[in-house]
Design a protein around this ligand. Structure first.
Ligand code: COS
Length: 389
């Protein structure tokens, strides 16, 4: 790993800590986790001990209280070690904990954040449904008032961490059927997964990220007290979108880690693999491919770190978050695909590491907003900007 002189000493230390952890605790198990699809259960408490489950939370809630860039540096390295572990960490750090921190009341923060920061409680986020993916505001799971209480019914799909989570941030309709309010008729609820009426459904059989369990969850007359509602009952969609800004940076860091891992494996292979009497890296056609892969990875890094620095300066820029995710995810898919080609026949075999990275990369173009949705956001922002001069 090259020293990055644009980072502070503290940022370099956290990055190195995450790299060492990835090297020692993740890489030795990643092939087995992928093959068996077993959840990396033993890793979550270890991440908690390092403080990596509460990186963005302030020390008063037992978090590390570090900046967005430092968090993303750690996440990138964790993903370099194993991308399934990275999504467990990313969802937990970016979505439920951040939404409680930003929009929760004191009681909710005191109750949930310290154990979540310590990695004792795992968080998840449930927005998508069978009929609402990109068109997230069209969701149909609902919460009805019953005096002070809420009664939830409906089903959510593709919930990362869903089967293991202790608490899930759930977005459901709070508007009445005769008064639908679109994106302004949705509430966000903090749902403990031991609530009667909560159930975990099908575990998905996925192309990649196979040791991250992705499930459907459903609510059947699930009663929640008023303490479960996050702030305004009609602003849950806005809270979720605000959470997804940071989530999209997390996915970008995850994609960057996958692309870097593919590049590292493929450079090592191209140095050793000999054809026509010489290492394949000495063929210009091959070396040009590496130049392109390397350049695209560094471009993704530049955009991601720029978005993170803007965030840390107080400028949470929707456009930059979407650009960073779009670029890094498409880079990861392209770089891992090139890596498979460069490994030749071996690239297509499970005995070699790059086909797993290729499978893991694909979903980064899909979840937390598809590449098409990122383009919608970027183009909309561009046309909303004031003309200069
Ligand atoms: N950050 C903050 N606020 C956002 C936002 C974002 N990224 N995107 C939208 N909003 C806000 C808008 O500003 C608007 O607020 P106001 O009513 O105050 O103006 C509100 O949300 C509704 O926005 P909009 O009218 O643009 O809603 P649409 O229904 O047209 O949808 C998209 C907007 C498509 C951008 C949104 O639905 C989306 O991001 N979809 C992808 C969902 C997703 O990422 N799912 C993955 C879940 S994790 S697997």
């Amino acid at each position: 790993m090259r020293r990055d002189y644009t980072l502070t000493d503290e940022q370099e230390q956290v990055r190195q800590l995450a790299r060492d952890f990835a090297e020692n605790e993740l890489r030795p198990h990643t092939v087995r986790w992928d093959a068996t699809g077993e959840f990396h259960e033993e890793v979550v408490p270890l991440l908690g001990e390092l403080g990596f489950m509460g990186m963005l939370l302030p020390p008063e809630y037992d978090g590390l209280g570090i900046d967005m860039l430092t968090y993303l540096l750690a996440l990138e390295q964790i993903s370099w070690g194993d991308a399934s572990v990275a999504i467990t960490m990313s969802v937990h750090n970016s979505l439920p904990t951040q939404m409680i921190l930003r929009f929760g009341n004191d009681e909710q923060k005191q109750k949930w954040l310290p154990p979540m920061a310590r990695g004792e409680l795992l968080g998840a986020f449930a927005l998508s449904e069978a009929g609402s993916g990109s068109d997230a505001a069209s969701l149909s799971a609902r919460a009805e008032r019953d005096g002070e209480h809420w009664v939830l019914n409906g089903e959510k799909l593709w919930v990362s961490n869903g089967s293991r989570a202790d608490v899930v941030m759930v977005m459901v309709r709070t508007d009445r059927p005769d008064d639908r309010r679109g994106a302004r008729g949705i509430g966000a609820f903090i749902v403990p997964t031991d609530t009667p009426g909560y159930s975990v459904g099908k575990k998905e059989d996925k192309t990649g990220l196979r040791s991250s369990e992705t499930v459907a969850i459903s609510f059947n007359d699930m009663r929640l007290g008023p303490d479960a509602l996050l702030a305004d009952p009609y602003k849950g969609f806005l809270y979720a979108m605000s959470g997804l800004q940071g989530g999209r940076l997390g996915v970008a860091a995850q994609a960057l880690g996958i692309a870097e891992a593919a590049l590292d494996h493929t450079v090592a292979y191209a140095r050793e693999r000999r054809q026509f009497g010489r290492p394949i890296s000495s063929f210009q056609a091959v070396s040009f491919k590496f130049a392109e892969m390397y350049t695209r990875v560094e471009a993704s890094r530049g955009l991601l770190y720029r978005a993170a620095r803007a965030w840390d300066a107080g400028d949470v820029d929707k456009r930059l978050c979407s650009m960073a995710k779009l670029h890094a995810s498409e880079t990861a898919v392209w770089v891992t695909s090139q890596a498979v080609n460069l490994f030749g026949g071996y690239g297509f075999m499970r005995d070699y590491p790059v086909e797993k990275l290729f499978r893991d990369a694909k979903v980064t173009e899909i979840y937390e907003g598809t590449s098409e949705i990122q383009r919608v956001v970027i183009a909309k922002e561009l046309f909303q900007e004031q003309p200069s001069g």
